[in-house]
Design a protein around this ligand. Structure first.
Ligand code: FPP
Length: 248
């Protein structure tokens, strides 16, 4: 067993042989981080995108299999146009960098959410990066963009109903396993650990179906300040939990 003791907390002991397979993160607190520094909210998102890069790189290094991040929700369109454009711009920047570094990083990139409303160029880039990275064996990163848990479930139900109407499926065939195949997360194990920074203690329409038995970790740290030490605290907290999945 390999343990790590972080200096910062003096307590966060992580057993790297017992990592969760799938960690999901609600990247919250960018706006408040910027406000505290007298900066525009968009600067907070830019800092948040940097944190995402460094945490994803670290997760890949320690051998995590799946990392899912909430980058833009179906409700985030209500934000000022300038802020929405900035977040879309950060996704584009990340995709451009990913295409360049893919051969080296070997990260598999997937997108959860309805990409339809995005500009055609961006949709093409998402498709291209997913397709290229499909052959890689590294960690899978799922970027949730224009994602909402309820929207995902409704779209899956619509898709299943359409398959029934076309004669390919029968309503009585539907099971939890079959329904899961209609979700964005098809083929991805449910998240073991969901992390929400920034002090908010709610799920905000994130992975509603998939997080049925996830463990949650909340911290007051704002996302741009989220560090690998904070990740260690989350992992150590997870490893201290007793997961019973409804059993005893
Ligand atoms: C929530 O913080 C954060 C968002 C709605 C956007 C998250 C986006 C990024 C981190 C960057 C783009 C992503 C990629 C994949 C490069 P908030 O704005 O609600 O913060 P607040 O609660 O403090 O206002």
């Amino acid at each position: 067993m390999s343990f790590l003791k972080t200096k910062e907390s003096g307590e966060a002991q992580v057993d790297f042989d017992r990592l969760p397979r799938h960690v999901a993160i609600i990247m919250d607190g960018n706006g408040r981080w910027a406000k505290r520094r007298g900066l525009p909210r968009t600067a907070g998102h830019a800092a948040g995108a940097e944190t995402f890069r460094s945490i994803a790189t670290y997760c890949q290094k320690i051998g995590l299999e799946y990392l899912t991040v909430y980058a833009f929700s179906t409700e985030n369109w209500k934000r000022p146009l300038e802020e929405v454009s900035a977040i879309v711009g950060l996704l584009k920047k990340y995709l451009l960098e990913s295409i360049e570094k893919m051969e080296k990083d070997k990260i598999k990139l997937h997108f959860f959410g309805d990409l339809e409303p995005l500009p055609q160029e961006l949709k093409d880039m998402c498709r291209k990066t997913s397709e290229i990275s499909e052959r890689y064996e590294g960690m899978q990163v799922n970027v949730c963009f224009n994602y909402g848990g309820r929207d995902e479930i409704v779209r899956a139900a619509r898709h299943f109903a359409a398959d029934c109407a076309a004669g390919g499926r029968k309503p009585k065939e539907l099971t939890e396993v079959l329904f899961s195949e209609y979700l964005c997360s098809n083929g991805v194990p449910d998240p073991d650990l969901v992390i929400r920074p920034s002090g908010e203690v709610r799920i905000s329409n994130f992975l509603l179906w998939q997080s049925a038995y996830a463990e949650f970790y909340f911290t007051d740290v704002l996302w741009p300040d989220f560090s690998k030490e904070e990740l260690h605290r989350a992992l150590a907290a997870y490893q201290g939990r007793s997961r019973r999945f409804g059993g005893v």
